[in-house]
Design a protein around this ligand. Structure first.
Ligand SMILES: [Zn+2]
Ligand SMILES: [Zn+2]
Length: 97
């Protein structure tokens, strides 16, 4: 008979199991950050049909809104910087106004 000798580890298994670790999946409760999520010109939210166009000053407007705005002012309604659109095609429209 082979006598298997276990290394007598004296590490007693202490009770390390935490009962319930909650608060890991709380997907509800969207923060009321709708301020950043809409067009500052018409105050309407952006949609897929009416998406946001971002300017060089990192502000977002509807394309038609910023085009209309640019007919009156060349400055961003929020930060008063000269409006340049990130999207070259949109900027082409803007320059053509
Ligand atoms: Zn708008
Ligand atoms: Zn701006």
């Amino acid at each position: 008979m082979a006598n298997i000798t276990f290394p007598s580890s004296s590490s007693s298994s202490s009770s390390l199991d935490n009962p319930v670790v909650s608060a890991a999946s709380s997907s509800s409760g969207a923060p009321e950050d709708a301020f950043e999520d809409g067009c500052s010109i018409c105050l309407e939210p952006f949609t897929t049909a009416d998406p946001a166009t971002i300017t060089s000053c990192k502000h977002e407007y509807h394309l038609h809104c910023i085009l209309e705005w640019s007919q009156r002012s060349e400055e961003c309604p929020i930060c008063c910087q000269f409006v340049i659109l990130k999207d070259p095609a949109s900027q082409g429209l803007l320059a053509a106004v």
